[in-house]
Design a protein around this ligand. Structure first.
Ligand code: NAD
Length: 500
């Protein structure tokens, strides 16, 4: 059995790890590798390497850091097929989708190439007589990232290029379900000229996560994953005095108004609901159909769901692959069982789907429920699978109230031809990322990504300007260079200093 090692101080190592986790091929149902699961000593080794590298790295000029990001950018582009296939093979998503995630990650590297401009400080001349004031931002030290299985390339890219370009060193603890992309990126960083120890990868489970949260030499933790773990990470790392941003789960609603173009809405909701088998934090998982929109939409969504081509991620004709593990498949089909028992109308049933030649793969077909009530667990819970639920609302105001009553607030979308309705929606909906006739409104790398309510614990969103702020802290300098001549404004007073 192939073993996937850690990447510490510029090379592969299995360190102190004796425990392993399975890495599946979700399309065949076979275990393809095992990943080492870190002990606390492995996290200690990675943090020690990152700490040792920090003093040298923070002294590297901005322009040289930018050039390493440019080199990394070119290497990713050159290896994009390989990296996308690696993601598809371990996650299960189709290669074209994996390529999309790598491309969105690449955009953050491109943003980070602008670090000399992004880190420009402020300067005010003559704030008092002969006194200047200025400010700049400095790195924090060793930063850590803990990331989920569903975007094994893109989500870590939200963090490490910004942390590293701003002068920090980094320890990444990726998901143990699809670990290989992170080692691949580590190799590309090394090839791009990043010094050893600036970027490290430690694979593992709760043992590794807790060791990160408690480590005295880690200054900041970025987490992306499910809400209960995000809450836990935020609390434990905050108690230990760290800066924390912890992005959690989601239940993203799409509101469809009767004036929407129904074919357009159905096409986009189908893609956003079933792409990556619904395993996206920005997937549309609940549709709020307002008034007459309901019946027109359900008929179209049914047709579209039945047309989705489900198959292995490596097959170019596949539009949707399997889910990540057998446990994920069983959890998702369990929700479908309960939704049916609770009385929702099962319009399309994806249970029991088999793919010829891949009978043991973890496949669940697109599933559509109508007439879902808000007490059912298919509505209240994040299913994280290809299950779309439709809730009916009488009015637009009721649709907004439904979204605002939901504990999650990651993304949402409205389908309408009314500018007034769209503007009302963007003003009143309590959600961090909003799409107007755009179903998956993932902000570009030069904006910041983050939800509200139970979808984010901490103040700052990831990447973009908020990412720069998260990985740096400000210094404000007040400076005077008096000459030897006496001036009244150089005289010291015991009263609190004011500008002269
Ligand atoms: P997860 O919470 O199970 O795991 C995320 C990370 O936490 C992994 O690295 C995992 O090893 C670690 N972890 C798991 N259980 C732990 C525990 N008990 N103690 C300490 N660490 C633990 O999430 P997942 O299943 O890998 O990913 C799917 C979830 O991530 C979904 O809820 C999805 O919405 C969310 N997600 C959110 C965003 C966002 O931007 N808000 C983006 C992607 C995914």
């Amino acid at each position: 059995m192939r073993t996937i090692p850690h990447w510490i101080a510029g090379g592969e190592t299995t360190g102190a790890s004796t425990r392993h986790g399975p890495v599946w091929n979700p399309a065949t149902g076979e275990q393809q590798a095992q990943v080492v699961l870190a002990e606390t000593a492995d996290v200690d080794a990675a943090v020690a390497a990152a700490k040792k590298a920090f003093d040298g790295w923070r002294d590297v000029s901005l322009i040289r850091r930018a050039r390493i990001m440019f080199a990394l950018r070119d290497l990713i582009e050159r290896h994009i097929d390989e990296l996308s296939e690696l993601v598809a093979d371990e996650h299960g998503k189709v290669v074209s989708d994996a390529k999309g995630e790598v491309t969105r990650g690449l955009e953050v590297v491109e943003y980070a190439t602008g670090i000399p401009t992004l880190l420009k400080g402020e300067f005010s001349e003559q704030v008092s007589t002969d006194v200047d004031a200025y400010s700049f931002r400095q790195p924090l030290g060793v930063c850590a990232g803990i990331t989920p299985f569903n975007f094994p390339a893109m989500v870590p890219f939200w963090m490490h290029p910004i942390a590293i370009a701003t002068g920090n060193t980094f320890v990444l603890k990726p998901s143990e379900r699809d670990p290989s992309a992170s080692n691949f990126i580590a190799q590309l960083y090394a090839e791009a000229g990043l010094p050893d120890g600036v970027f490290n990868v430690v694979h593992g489970d709760k043992v590794a996560v807790d060791a990160i949260l408690d480590h005295p030499d880690i200054a900041a933790v970025s987490f992306v994953g499910s809400t209960p773990i995000a809450k836990y990470v935020h609390q434990r790392a905050s108690e230990n005095g760290k800066r924390v941003q912890a992005l959690g789960g989601a239940k993203n609603h799409a509101v469809v108004l009767p004036d929407a173009d129904m074919d357009f809405a159905a096409n986009h909701i189908t893609a956003a609901g079933y792409g990556s088998a619904g395993q996206r934090c920005m997937a549309i998982s609940a549709v709020v159909a307002v008034g007459d929109a309901g019946d027109a939409l359900v008929a179209r969504l049914k047709d579209k769901a039945e047309e989705v081509k489900v198959g292995p991620g490596r097959e170019p004709s596949s539009e949707m692959g399997p889910v990540v593990t057998p446990e994920a498949r069983d959890r998702i089909t369990g929700y479908v069982d309960r939704g049916q028992r609770a009385g929702a109308t099962l319009v399309v049933d994806g249970r029991g789907l088999t793919v010829a030649g891949h009978e043991d793969g973890f496949f669940v077909g697109p599933t559509l429920f109508d007439q879902v009530s808000r007490e059912m667990d298919i509505y209240t819970d994040e299913i994280f699978g290809p299950v779309l639920v439709i809730v009916r609302a009488e009015t637009f105001d009721e649709a907004i109230d439904i979204i605002n009553a939901n504990p999650y607030g990651n993304g949402t979308a409205i389908f309408t031809s009314s500018g007034q309705a769209a503007r009302k929606f963007q003003r009143h909906v309590q959600v961090g990322m909003i799409g107007i006739n755009v179903p998956i409104p993932v902000p570009m790398a030069f904006y910041s990504f983050g939800g509200w309510k139970d979808s984010l614990f901490g103040d700052t969103h990831v990447h973009g300007p908020e990412g720069i702020r998260f990985y740096t802290r400000a210094k404000a300098i007040t400076s005077r260079w008096p000459d030897n001549e006496y001036h009244e404004h150089h005289r010291a007073h015991l009263h609190f200093p004011t500008a002269t």
